[in-house]
Design a protein around this ligand. Structure first.
Ligand SMILES: [Zn+2]
Ligand SMILES: [Zn+2]
Length: 102
């Protein structure tokens, strides 16, 4: 249900959000949509968690960003702490192995 729909129904009926939630859960239970609804809720929660993690770990840019490779490892031999290999930051260029021979 879109926000627009929810708001307009709420206004028309003079219902508050708690009433709407009750009606919605009745609607879901009556139609055996519980599993679907549960799945959807888990998706929403997972997305929110992923977003929160992105905020907590802004993409790291350092000396590894330009030189190291997610596939072929850290150019400095520090795979355990390399921001590219550990995927804390993104890789900005292809490594020597990735680059086609010129
Ligand atoms: Zn590195
Ligand atoms: Zn590579």
């Amino acid at each position: 249900m879109s926000h627009w729909m929810r708001d307009s129904i709420t206004q028309q009926q003079g219902w508050n959000q708690a009433t709407m939630l009750n009606l919605m859960s009745e609607f879901i239970a009556e139609r055996d949509l519980n599993d679907l609804f549960h799945e959807w809720l888990e998706n929403v929660a997972a997305n929110e968690n992923a977003e929160a993690e992105n905020v907590a770990n802004p993409a790291l840019i350092d000396v590894h960003t330009e030189h190291c490779c997610q596939k072929h490892g850290c150019k400095y031999g520090k795979d355990e702490t390399c921001s590219v290999v550990q995927r804390l930051g993104s890789q900005n260029s292809q490594c020597e192995i990735c680059q086609p021979l010129r």
